[in-house]
Design a protein around this ligand. Structure first.
Ligand SMILES: Cc1cc2nc3c(=O)[nH]c(=O)nc-3n(C[C@H](O)[C@H](O)[C@H](O)COP(=O)(O)OP(=O)(O)OC[C@H]3O[C@@H](n4cnc5c(N)ncnc54)[C@H](O)[C@@H]3O)c2cc1C
Length: 603
């Protein structure tokens, strides 16, 4: 672990809203070490050879092929990146884990889901919460791909309300084992896994408890048929029934009643990894769509020459670039926080748990933003292919269907949006993020006379950073007034929470994009970053538009009369550009670069 990481004054989760981040302090894909680049390249090679070349097999419900590829990934060590060396893993840092998740996930959502369910929610609860014996017994097998894991939280009556499950765990009379009985549904990897992480309730406990359960059909475990799904056709998804399944007491994960916490923490890590898993799919769709647009002739010209197509390519590339920027920024924050905690004497296990928990807000932001971008990108991918995009013979159609699930699992995007604001308010109440001070200042600024000076915006991103700082004031103004008005009852004003969440999401994504480009422009020169500069400006412009719309909606929902007028004026002031960017020219510039490179080449 580098001393540089330990020394850094790392922002706490959520503090990006109230503290300035310097571009030098964020990690970008351009900062990858040689070792990380090798990891990325060998992952890509594996994907091209084993997955992309056979994408049609994944469409034909070839579950066995998914399992075969998982085994091959295990042989190459790709399942063990995040596993500590003492349990047979590579023990690489959080950024490397994200890299593998990212580049392994582009070819098909079927493999991506199998990989995520196994390495994330299937294995990680044991590495994070297991006893030494549990880890020694199970983790090496899971890391090598000899065994596969699955995660059984959801039940027919317990989806988003995950702590309401009815599965029971009853202690045997001799106190040696629990008998688990219940029905789980939507269980990824169920068809070929060797082990389940199962959540069940003991007696009438308030919270569920986690267990490690080996998959043994002779022990009361049975399964439903494979679910017939819209997408991820070769990802095994089944119901799993436990009928008096005997589980030794030593297979309880963590302590009684701690299951909900395990489930939530596993999901926090899962969310940021899911965001990473939606990146390479975007790059591949952009690549395929660009190649098609360069070759497809209509009206005697390649369709890439049409402004309508350029706009799509530019928006797709810009979103992907923003998503990469934010994912790797947060990943390194988590890695640094883990290093800091380890340096403070925490075990790796504790450090990792706390490190990820710290950035739970960012994890939810990324899950929502990136899962929605992969959906819109694959949608536009179909549009660029025209009728051919609608055909199952091209990979656009499956990319679109596969993308859809990412908005549902690992907590739906509605739940995650609510969490973004809810967790931030909680952090403020605990004193971890000072929202009150900055919100009060914004209130005072609203009452004051605005400055009519024309600032000097000659430096790169001077105006964009000024706009960003004011966008943060929009959030503080809206959320501050909403908290004041509703207090703890705010959570019952969901539409307002959703608007506030969208504002915060756009701020984080836009800021990450600008900081990445600023950092790179400083070291590689502005000319070398011309397209990235254009993408950063375009992203911010679109974010401002979203924030105006969401801000307005939020304000009119709870403020009236003079207060409403004052806040709407504030919204106008805080979202104002002195020099509006020519977004049509920006899009053209971006699209021309992507077209010339015949794909997305900014990673
Ligand atoms: C392909 C697939 C694979 C999966 N893999 C796994 C797995 O491996 N393990 C596992 O345990 N689970 C898995 N799941 C389950 C998944 O996590 C759940 O589907 C998800 O959490 C949503 O739960 P639900 O389907 O019951 O929807 P519900 O919770 O019923 O939600 C329905 C709608 O209501 C909204 N909603 C619910 N509550 C609220 C609220 N409080 N406020 C606002 N809106 C709300 C939701 O956002 C959604 O739009 C998988 C699901 C699928 C489809």
């Amino acid at each position: 672990m580098s001393t540089e990481a330990i020394k850094k004054d790392i922002l706490r989760g959520g503090q990006f809203l109230v503290k300035e981040t310097k571009c030098e302090d964020i990690f970008t894909l351009e900062d990858l070490s040689e070792e990380q680049k090798m990891m990325r390249d060998s992952t890509k090679e594996f994907v091209d050879r084993e997955l992309w070349a056979h994408w049609e097999r994944f469409e034909k419900k070839d579950y066995a092929y998914t399992e075969e590829c998982m085994r091959k990934a295990g042989e190459l060590g790709l399942l063990s990146v995040a596993v500590p060396e003492s349990y047979g893993g590579m023990g690489m840092g959080f950024v490397s884990t994200m890299l593998v998740c990212d580049y392994i996930s582009g070819a098909t959502g079927s493999f991506s889901t199998a990989f995520g369910a196994h390495t994330g929610i299937g294995t990680m609860p044991i590495t994070l919460y297991g006893t030494e014996e549990q880890k020694q017994k199970y983790v090496p097998k899971l890391a090598s791909g000899e065994w596969f894991g699955a995660y059984c939280l959801t039940e027919p009556g317990a989806g988003s309300d995950a702590n309401s499950g009815k599965t029971k765990a009853v202690l045997s009379e001799d106190g040696k084992h629990y008998n688990i009985t219940g029905q789980k549904m939507w269980i990824s990897n169920a068809g070929f896994c060797n082990l389940f992480i199962v959540f069940a309730r003991i007696e009438n406990d308030k919270n569920i408890t986690g267990f490690i359960v080996e998959n043994d059909p002779s022990n009361g475990i049975s399964m439903g048929e494979e679910e017939k799904k819209l997408g991820i056709h070769s990802s095994s998804t089944r119901q799993v029934f436990f009928n008096d399944t005997k589980v030794p007491v030593e297979n309880m994960l963590s302590t009684r009643g701690n299951g909900f916490k395990i489930a939530m923490n596993a999901l926090n890590v899962g969310r940021i990894k899911l965001a990473a898993a939606c990146l390479e799919a975007q790059r591949r769709v952009i690549g395929e769509a660009t190649k098609y647009a360069n070759e497809r002739i209509q009206f005697k010209t390649p369709i890439i020459n049409f402004g309508a197509i350029k706009a799509k390519i530019a928006n797709m590339a810009t979103n992907c670039y923003a998503d990469e920027s934010a994912c790797y920024r947060a990943a390194k924050n988590i890695e640094d926080r883990i290093a800091m905690r380890e340096a403070d004497g925490n075990s790796h296990q504790e450090a990792e748990l706390k490190g990820v928990e710290e950035y739970a807000i960012e994890c939810s932001i990324l899950k929502v933003a990136v899962s929605e971008d992969v959906q819109s990108t694959s949608d536009e991918g179909i549009q660029i292919f025209g009728g051919m995009g609608f055909s199952a013979d091209t990979p656009m159609e499956s990319a679109w269907r596969d993308a859809r699930i990412s908005r549902i699992y690992e907590g739906t995007n509605e739940i995650n949006r609510m969490l973004v604001v809810g967790m931030l308010v909680k952090k403020a109440m605990k004193g971890h993020v000072d929202l009150l001070g900055p919100a009060t200042k914004v209130g005072e600024e609203l009452m004051g006379i605005p400055s009519f000076e024309t600032p000097d915006f000659s430096e790169l991103f001077a105006e964009e950073k000024d706009v960003l700082a004011r966008l943060k004031k929009v959030f503080l103004m809206v959320a501050g007034a909403a908290v004041q008005k509703y207090g703890p009852d705010l959570e019952n004003h969901q539409q307002l929470m959703l608007s506030a969440s969208d504002i915060l999401i756009e701020i984080y994504m836009a800021e990450s994009t600008i900081l990445r480009t600023e950092k790179n422009a400083k070291r590689f020169g502005e000319d070398a970053q011309a397209t990235q500069i254009a993408m950063s400006k375009l992203y911010l412009y679109t974010a401002v538009d979203t924030i105006i719309q969401k801000g307005k909606e939020a304000i009119v929902s709870f403020a009236e009369g003079d207060e409403q007028r004052m806040m709407l004026m504030g919204l106008k002031r805080f979202t104002k550009y002195t020099n509006l960017p020519n977004v049509v020219a920006l899009r053209t510039q971006i699209a021309d670069q992507v077209a010339a490179a015949n794909g997305y080449t900014f990673d």
